[in-house]
Design a protein around this ligand. Structure first.
Ligand SMILES: [Zn+2]
Length: 1004
């Protein structure tokens, strides 16, 4: 049973790795493919399977698809087979030579969500965001596979057929914090990464019965829902009701500061435990008297015109929801799941009054250094709404639990009565499922399918080249298909090869490829036909297609024309943010239907119409990488960036055949989704691939008032197949209090989450209306909320611009958005670059979006160990964050601006000699090289500190920020100054001017 410790994920090499075996689950469409392998690995009869209400029934694996499937269509048409010898082949243009300009379309996934062309948002409006599905429904319908419907009756086996294993999060470098709260700003501080607090006690019987439980879970995350069962009306809607006959004294087992780890649970406690859960109610009410009792500072009203030093010196932390301590310590880490308003307004009317957007921001597949994984025959879910049991349900007694989303009372399954962690019977509330807001369910190991990675390669210019890597060949064989109007696949059985078994041939090909085309005079790019070919190759199994593109596609289907105006001064009009063809979107939807995601690496020095190309990734849940000005010789720092990011891409965790559903407490309604995916049914996101670096956002409204509710909950469930072939479900649950006053709504505002959601909405608005419309809407969001605060909360009208403490950074962040590449006007922003930034807004987790929008500025010429983090044997200095204004710069100093994907270190003219010699390693300011992008490791304390700090910042990201070291005279200084958000620029207001503008509008 040790098999759940996943090794490093070995993602395939370039073009298109996919797993054959692992993809087999239920994804096939019976009869569609000629060589479908019969079902393998059928589970044992369900000896330990119980049928009871509320549990997730398990169904056997079905439809295993083996490798080696071929397409029905026989090869025909012109095929020429050429042995791979250098110089004798048709040639492809060398990698693009200069700077590129591309970016991904960042429109909402639902451009159909036609926002009204108003310049402000109506947050409460429920936008139905169903993209046109076309023929996709059919494909999707087959994902779920078979589900056996089990009778809902209790059966009485008392063996504990469950095992738990806490394992380190599979794959991926341990980039981030453990998910312990409170999050300490950036990253990890030497937490052990392999703690297994829930290790199975020796001798614990381990489940051998249950079959592939997750199939039916998938079904449930799919389009079907069990018919709603009327909730027990007598139960009312209160949450957290304590079971009255048991004495108080229930203690959560989590250790402080480590929710989710629950190490004390290792202790075996004999005998029954006191039962009641902490009551949400009374304590919560007490705590909320007068607002956030825990944060007196939060009660302040701030005059923004007077208080200029509002930027905190350390990264801003998410507000802590005002819940009883026992509940809050179980709550989900805000890095994974957070809400724009941590105090949920009771009614839509109250929400409307606040003029703030209500929505969720998710980073659901984030790399975690510790993740509780439960392998169980039974996944307990609400019979009515399919919510997974979680820390915020209430136990009415040992045998009944009440759903925190729909309030149905469910039976506790017999199996769930036993807690294998403590080996105690009768404490279902102590099971890990009820102790962890983030948890992963996994099918028992015996149901893993054997795992095989298949890889293939295609190159293309005006023709398409396939590569036979068949075993026994002494070298790869190239097959050229010149008919790009109707592409077929020559000898598909020889193209798909096992990565490990054919390593030498593959390495041979990769070594040979660069030379093969060096003498080519070809300048055409048949990207569309090549993608069609890739889709045909992949569709039997699903998987991932990785595309490297260096120019505008020019021939065949999907060919594009340049739409970029030279010297476009972003007049906010006539900017081509929408795709010029629906070819890429349609193909992406076909891919999505076959569980194929397409990731795009655009390495280009010229306009490549990312607005059109990006659709291939956006709708197939892929990723877009863009290297503007890429050149393999002339721009070595971008080459390094590509190498680092490609390595991360190939080695990061990947989930296949994923779907995600977000549920929330009855009364709340989700209506618009942001991110890269396809919306399958109203609220089911189809994600052929899920990766740990993707973020998502959703908008919500209050459909029915939340009367009598003290708390509401949100739950995301992500079902996927791991690269080892396991079916897993990762569940995050968050609980938030409901409030009835406007003041409380403002007190709980999460300004980063609000800014992030508004940025997503502004991308949609830019695409559906115009850039200027989106900009107006952003400004109006500030004006409207501060006006409402002034009119409805402040009892005394004071001069100035008053803001609740929670929103003190709101105008600054919105100004930063207006100056960001996605939304700025009046400057020369390359169109592809703008669209790429919009894509990042849509697809990045909130933390990176905020860094990209409002960079962190540090003085670095005087770093000390005072307050440094200790990570392993490293000391990481923690200099304070400075306001983004030249006022904060001194010519005596050196400053690091961390803008997420790029870092700029500005060296002042009079910077101390010590820093210049001990850190930069040059004798004087004048000898600092013009294009310096690396800091050499010197044997000085100053060098060690500086490099430790920069490395630490970089380690926390899935991408590789380039470091530019610039002198005052450098041409890059303008980039540095453009990020000085608080200062006036040629085309944009200073922060103070912006505040005056807001004040004028608020006081109208
Ligand atoms: Zn329910």
């Amino acid at each position: 049973m040790e098999s759940f410790l996943p090794g490093p994920v070995q993602n395939p090499l370039m073009i298109s790795p996919h797993m054959s075996d692992g993809q087999g689950y239920n994804s096939s469409i019976p009869g569609l493919y000629a060589h479908q392998t019969p079902t393998k690995g059928s589970p044992h009869p369900s000896s330990g399977l119980y049928n009871y209400s509320g549990s997730q029934n398990v169904s056997p694996l079905s439809n295993y698809q083996g490798p080696g499937q071929t397409l029905n269509r026989p090869p025909m048409g012109p095929v020429s087979m050429v042995p791979l010898q250098q110089g004798s082949l048709p040639q492809m243009p060398p990698p693009s030579q200069t700077s590129a300009a591309v970016s991904t379309s960042a429109g909402s996934v639902l451009p159909g969500a036609n926002l009204p062309a108003l310049s402000n948002w109506q947050y409460g409006q429920a936008l139905v965001s169903q993209p046109t599905t076309g023929s996709q429904e059919n494909h999707f319908a087959h994902i779920a596979g078979t589900t056996s419907t089990q009778p809902l009756s209790s059966s009485g086996n008392t063996n504990p057929p469950t095992s738990y294993q806490y394992v380190a999060s599979p794959g991926g470098p341990p980039v981030q914090n453990s998910y312990m709260k409170p999050p300490l700003g950036p990253p990890p501080t030497g937490c052990p990464t392999s703690a297994r607090p829930f290790a199975t006690p020796a001798g614990l019987p381990i489940s051998s019965a249950p079959p592939h439980l997750l199939n039916s879970a998938m079904k449930q995350e799919g389009t079907t829902q069990s018919p709603p069962v009327p909730p027990n009306s007598k139960m009312g809607r209160s949450v957290g009701y304590s079971y009255p006959t048991l004495p108080p004294g229930y203690q959560n087992t989590s250790s402080p500061g480590a929710p989710g780890m629950q190490s004390p649970s290792l202790q075996c406690t004999g005998g029954p435990q006191p039962f009641p859960q902490p009551a949400f109610g009374t304590n919560h009410l007490a705590a909320s008297m007068g607002g956030l009792s825990l944060q007196p500072e939060g009660l302040r009203t701030i005059n923004l015109l007077q208080e200029r030093n509002i930027l905190p010196p350390a990264p801003l932390q998410a507000p802590v929801p005002n819940l009883h301590e026992d509940i809050q310590k179980l709550n989900c880490n805000p890095e994974l799941f957070r809400c724009t308003l941590t105090n949920i307004p009771q009614t839509q009317a109250l929400l409307n009054k606040a003029k703030l957007p209500l929505g969720l921001l998710l980073h659901p597949f984030k790399d975690l250094s510790q993740l509780p994984v439960v392998t169980s025959s039974t996944i307990v879910r609400c019979r009515s709404c399919r919510t997974y049991i979680n820390p915020f349900v209430s136990f009415l007694d040992q045998r009944r639990w009440k759903c925190n989303l729909c309030y149905r009372v469910n039976d506790v399954p017999e199996e769930f009565m036993y807690n294998p962690v403590t080996r105690v019977y009768g404490e279902p509330h102590k099971r890990p499922e009820v102790q962890n807001a983030t948890i992963e369910f996994m099918a028992p190991s015996e149901y893993m399918v054997s795992y095989l990675q298949l890889t293939w390669f295609i190159t293309f210019d005006s023709t398409i080249h396939f590569y036979s890597l068949q075993e026994g060949l002494s070298q790869p064989q190239m097959l050229i298909v010149s008919d790009i109007e109707d592409v077929f696949i020559p000898m598909p059985e020889n193209l798909l090869v096992n990565l490990n078994e054919n390593k030498e041939l593959i390495q041979d090909l990769l070594r040979t490829l660069p030379q093969m085309f060096t003498k080519s005079l070809e300048t055409q790019s048949a990207l569309g036909p090549a993608l069609q070919a890739a889709f045909k190759l992949m569709s039997p199994t699903g998987g991932r297609i990785t595309v490297f593109q260096t120019q505008l596609p020019s021939v065949g289907v999907g060919a594009l024309k340049s739409r970029e105006e030279p010297n476009q001064k972003a007049s906010a009009k006539d900017i081509h943010l929408t795709p010029s063809t629906d070819f890429y979107k349609k193909l992406a939807l076909d891919c999505s239907g076959q569980q194929v995601a397409v990731d795009l690496f655009l390495l280009s020095g010229q306009y490549s119409d990312l607005a059109s190309l990006g659709c291939i990734s956006r709708y197939s849940a892929g990723s877009v990488y863009y290297y503007q000005s890429y050149h393999h010789r002339h721009n070595p720092v971008l080459v390094e960036k590509l190498q680092k990011e490609l390595k991360r891409y190939l080695t990061r965790k990947i989930g296949f055949e994923a779907v995600m559903r977000i549920r929330c407490t009855k009364g709340l309604s989700i209506h618009t989704f942001h991110g890269n995916f396809f919306v399958r049914s109203t609220d089911l996101l189809s994600l052929p691939n899920i990766n740990p670096d993707a973020g998502y956002a959703v908008q919500m409204s209050v459909e029915e008032s939340l009367t009598d509710m003290q708390v509401v909950s949100f739950q995301s469930a992500l079902l996927y197949t791991s690269s080892k072939g396991e079916r897993r479900i990762r569940v995050h649950t968050m609980c938030l209090p409901v409030v009835t006053t406007l003041n409380d709504v403002y007190l709980g505002a999460d300004v980063h989450a609000i800014t992030g959601l508004l940025a997503n909405m502004a991308v949609d608005r830019s695409v559906s209306a115009s850039l200027s419309d989106a900009r107006d809407a952003l400004v109006n969001a500030v004006i409207d909320s501060l006006s409402a605060y002034r009119a409805s909360v402040l009892s005394i009208q004071q001069p100035g611009l008053m803001a609740p403490y929670s929103l003190r950074l709101f105008p600054l962040h919105v100004l930063a958005l207006l100056k960001q590449k996605a939304f700025q006007t009046g400057t020369n922003t390359r169109l592809d670059e703008r669209i790429f930034t919009m894509c990042q807004v849509k697809n990045q987790p909130l933390v990176y979006l905020m860094l990209m929008t409002h960079p962190n500025l540090y003085r670095v010429d005087n770093l000390t160990d005072e307050g440094a983090l200790n990570i392993g044997d490293r000391k990481i200095p923690q200099p304070p964050i400075l306001q983004l204004s030249v006022e904060k710069l001194s010519r005596d100093g050196a400053y690091l601006m961390d803008a997420g994907s790029v870092m700029l270190m500005w060296i002042g003219k009079n910077c101390g000699h010590n820093f210049i010699s001990q850190v930069l390693g040059v004798p004087s300011y004048a000898s600092v090289p013009q294009n310096m992008t690396h800091l050499a490791e010197l044997d000085t304390a100053e060098s060690v500190r500086t490099i430790a700090f920069i490395s630490w910042l970089r380690e926390q990201r899935p991408f590789f920020p380039i470091l530019y070291i610039i002198r005052d005279e450098s041409s890059l200084k303008s980039s540095f100054l453009q990020n000085m958000i608080e200062d006036r620029t040629e085309s944009a207001l200073s922060y103070y001017e912006f505040l005056l503008h807001i004040q004028q509008q608020v006081n109208k």
